[in-house]
Design a protein around this ligand. Sequence first.
Ligand code: ADP
Ligand code: MG
Length: 314
Amino acid sequence: MARKPRIVIALGGNALGKTLPEQMIAAKTTSKAIADLVEEGYQVVISHGNGPQVGMINNAMAALSRENPNQPNTPLSVCVAMSQAYIGYDLQNALREELRNRKIMDPKVVTMVTQIEVDADDPAFDHPTKPIGHFMTEEQARHAEQAYGYVMMEDAGRGWRRAVASPMPKRIVEMNAIRALVEAEQIVIACGGGGIPVTMKGNHLTGASAVIDKDHCSALLAKELEAEFLIILTAVDQVAINYGRPDVRWLSRLTCQQAREYIAQGHFAPGSMLPKVEAAVSFAESGSGRTALITRLERAREGILGLTGTRICR
Ligand code: ADP
Ligand code: MG
């Protein structure tokens, strides 16, 4: 029997909320969008971001080590691992429930703790660009710089946040396990928070102080799984050029060539839309019959039916 067409779904910040209670509610809406694609006959694999969550965990662990000198600070890589587990926990339960509500009575949903090998010499380690955690005033940001040695950045006019390194993902360490589960028709949640960044020396993997971009990591996962679709679900219906200007133009289709031209012209904001378009291009041009789609979380079904979203093809 021919296999079902495969979709890797990359979930953005709006799919998870910013606090624990918000996440439980958001996971229900997100599960509806995912279940829609399952019902359309696709085999889905899910990845997700973790910006607010990994920042929250990191702050909590830092507070613990300030209170108790016997508790050394928790490495960022471990914070990413913690975020994978508790986000996966909420998502896999919410999705399980949603599928059962739709009379899919034995849903097979599983979360894989996933490590991603990065290059120890990646120049990204010297230039933190990835905003994590909560928003602060400039005054609070200056305090965080002095008190905790954090690098702080202004995030797209929305306030100040901690910035961490975001190296490019090179290899998914648990890829064989993920593939085996996908081939056994499990719905796998993998590469959460961009994956746990590790560097390899001989047989030893060391956690790196970084947070990988989930859009780039999802493109790598989709290529490895030879997926037909990479769907990046975010907070806007479509990708635009001249975004935020009166002459804004929303795009339904883009070739990789056109997308690269728009990237060069600076149409996509770094840290938000740019990594999505880059990931979409990287996946779409990696093989024939591969399509990337960027659309709003709640409109995933309409997106796959070609009724909304921005499609990026070779
Ligand atoms: P996510 O959490 O899903 O990764 P981000 O906030 O990182 O979401 O990126 C999506 C946001 O990118 C949109 O909500 C929009 O505000 C912004 N954005 C920046 N440039 C563009 C553009 N050219 N077209 C559409 N959205 C854009
Ligand atoms: Mg993002």
